[in-house]
Ligand binder design. Structure first.
Ligand code: G3H
Ligand code: 13P
Ligand code: ZN
Length: 332
């Protein structure tokens, strides 16, 4: 058993309480690689922001869970080396799907886990979440649960609406499961194609797709039912059009990629939403920088030559999110 406390990590409890009270959101950035980890920590230290570094099951399969945990431990030391005396870094399991996976992470240094039972029937979601909470809380690890199903791009608009979190269920769910935070579905979704062109309108001036707004009415109803309770938004990448254009201009093919407009995330950050998940924007920043580099310097073959601009580009994006969208800067 390795406690996250030995690694210098923190859980989300105090961080979320401060974020809800202060009207800002904590960035939750996924990481799979050294360069992502370095960029996340450089951005968090430079902006004096708390940060959640999250690891999906896919990341564990790609990079190995043990390596990622040591990278998170290294991240704490790296933050101190960069001059941050008291870094507030969470190592979080993203979309844990079984009790066993959550337990393995808790036993191996994670300070927070998500148990995603959102695809299960309601009672089964409660039972699984409760089982994880009972184990996690013994070790002071915090637990994120999910209620409602995030829309898939293939869904019809009508079926997306039917998957939104039902405000009438949130009090019963959070009380009986004991979860510390709740991911809700209000129209965000994973990946770089969050809406089909048919679900969007087009800006007549730019020709860009304009996505439908998030369901703020549902968010506000949930806030009223659970005052001060930490709410999480998944699928919150904005899919910056300049990155998509760079990718497409340098041999990529991402037609009609579209994300959540930043103004809406800015508004959500001021509410009980205190954790915002961003993965795809990091992937886009990295890919755009690498594609551009290869196009401009076809002779380069040392990975450091193209990973360095990729890391810089991700860092710029992380800083932008922290300062201009989530408002978590200067909170350490
Ligand atoms: O929620 C999904 C995250 O973006 C993680 O994605 O499972 O491909 O690592 P992944
Ligand atoms: P994006 O695909 O919008 O970046 O969402 C990431 C996420 O929700 C990770 O859990
Ligand atoms: Zn997610």
């Amino acid at each position: 058993m390795t406690s996250y406390k030995e690694l210098g990590l923190v859980n989300t409890r105090e961080m979320f309480a401060k974020a809800v009270a202060g009207g800002y959101a904590i960035p939750a950035f996924n990481f799979n690689t050294l360069e992502q980890m370095q960029a996340i920590i450089q951005a968090a230290v430079e902006t004096k922001s708390p940060v959640i570094m999250q690891v999906s099951k896919g990341a564990r399969n790609y990079a190995n869970g043990t390596i990622l945990r040591y990278m998170a431990q290294g991240a704490v030391e790296y933050a101190k080396e960069l001059g941050c005396e008291n870094p507030q870094i969470v190592l979080h399991l993203d979309h844990g799907d079984t009790f066993e996976l959550c337990k393995d992470c808790i036993d191996n240094g994670f300070s927070s886990v998500m148990i995603d039972g959102s695809s299960l029937p309601y009672e089964e979601n409660i039972a699984l979440t409760k089982k994880v909470v009972e184990y996690a809380h013994k070790y002071d690890v915090t637990v994120e649960a999910e209620l409602g199903v995030l829309a898939g791009v293939e869904d019809e608009v009508a079926s997306e609406v039917s998957h939104y979190t039902k405000p009438e269920e949130v009090v019963d769910f959070s009380t009986r499961s004991g979860c510390d935070s709740l991911a809700i579905s209000i129209g965000t979704s994973h990946g770089a194609y969050k809406f089909t062109p048919e679900q969007c309108t087009r800006d007549p001036k730019t020709g860009r797709l304009v996505p439908p707004p998030l369901a703020f009415d549902i968010l506000h109803e949930i806030e009223k039912k659970l005052p001060g309770f930490p709410i999480v938004l998944h699928g919150s990448s904005s899919v910056p059009q300049d990155e998509v254009d760079t990718i497409n201009a340098h041999g990529g093919k991402l037609p009609d990629a579209v994300g959540i407009p930043e103004e809406q995330l800015r508004e959500a950050s001021k509410s009980a939403v205190c954790k915002i998940n961003i993965d795809s924007d990091s992937r886009l920043a990295m890919t755009a920088a690498i594609r551009k580099h290869f196009d401009e310097k076809p002779g380069d073959f040392d990975p450091r030559q193209y990973l360095k601009p990729a890391r810089e580009s991700m860092k710029k994006m992380y800083i932008h999110k922290i300062v201009e969208v989530l408002g978590s800067n200067n909170k350490l």
